[in-house]
Design a protein around this ligand. Structure first.
Ligand SMILES: NC(=O)c1ccc[n+]([C@@H]2O[C@H](COP(=O)([O-])OP(=O)(O)OC[C@H]3O[C@@H](n4cnc5c(N)ncnc54)[C@H](OP(=O)(O)O)[C@@H]3O)[C@@H](O)[C@H]2O)c1
Length: 258
């Protein structure tokens, strides 16, 4: 496998909802969320067990659809256009001695702003972690110029949107990442699933039902095509946690193994 192993970890209501409603981001918490503000036991254990060198999120965890991001200064001649569309891995960031890991974010449309670059802002456990963004050849040049000015590393993969398989291969090839822990929302995890890029699925079920027709859920992806098979899973473990939480851990059964 020339890509990192991808382990998905989400906290969901019993009906698989990842948030309360389509217009609610949980990034900074919401008192109605049944998971409260305490971090997921599954996430902490997986971090310890898998020692991922990167986490993965999508832009949907940071910006609501329909919210126009603040306009960026227009792209000027400060960088060659062609240079902008090449990977940006500044040695001062990539080779810094205290490096521990990467927070990676898929942001093909260039919607993120005011990124927190340094994991230290999230507490001691994240010291040495840095932000890295995946972009595509259709990502606006003004956004790429903004990332360069801010010294935020990025990898270019895909044309109209980020090619997730190529992006993961670059992580392996350029940064020697062998395991990624994805805590993305439903659409990014759904896209990873449809591209056969998920190796392990962890869901920490919360004792609540949320409902909703459009509320992000575990794997939001195009419907199965006629003849297309569901992704088969093999149970690794079930663990009952505090306050009615149940952590389900599955390995994805590869097509060849069926
Ligand atoms: N409970 C939990 O564990 C948990 C975890 C994470 C998030 N959440 C919640 O879930 C919600 C966000 O979920 P979401 O589904 O809206 O956002 P999301 O999972 O971040 O999905 C959107 C991102 O996926 C990318 N994407 C989607 N399909 C793709 C494809 N085929 N190829 C390449 N890239 C693709 C999009 O690309 P573009 O950049 O091109 O748009 C965008 O960056 C928020 O409310 C958040 O708070 C909950």
């Amino acid at each position: 496998m020339n890509r990192p192993k991808v382990v998905v970890c989400n906290t969901a209501s019993l009906d698989g909802r990842l948030t309360l409603a389509p217009d609610v981001l949980l990034l900074w918490g919401d008192e109605r969320w049944p998971g409260g503000t305490e971090s997921s036991a599954a996430f902490e254990w997986l971090q310890f067990a898998h020692q991922p060198q990167a986490t993965l999120e999508g832009s949907g965890s940071f910006v609501l659809d329909g919210n126009d991001p603040t306009p960026l200064p227009p792209f000027e001649d400060e960088f060659e256009r062609e240079t902008l569309y090449t990977d940006f891995l500044p040695p001062a960031v990539v080779e810094r001695p205290a490096h521990q890991g990467w927070f990676t974010v898929v942001d093909g449309r260039g919607r993120g702003r005011q990124w927190i670059k340094d994991g230290g802002a999230f507490g001691e456990a994240w010291q040495g972690w840095r932000l890295l963004v995946f972009v595509a050849r259709q990502t606006p040049p003004a956004y790429l110029a903004y990332l360069r000015r801010e010294d935020i590393p990025y990898l270019v993969a895909g044309d109209e949107r980020v090619d997730l398989s190529a992006a993961l291969e670059k992580l392996r090839e350029k940064l020697d990442i062998t395991t990624v822990l994805s805590t993305a929302g439903g659409r990014l995890n759904g896209a990873l699933l449809r591209a056969s890029l998920v190796d392990e699925v962890n869901v920490e079920l919360l004792p609540a039902v949320i409902g909703g027709f459009d509320t992000p859920s575990l794997f939001d992806s195009p419907a199965l095509a006629p003849g297309e098979e569901p992704t088969r899973l093999a149970l690794i473990s079930v663990q009952v946690g505090n306050e009615g939480r149940v952590w389900l851990r599955y390995r994805v059964v590869s097509e060849e193994a069926r």
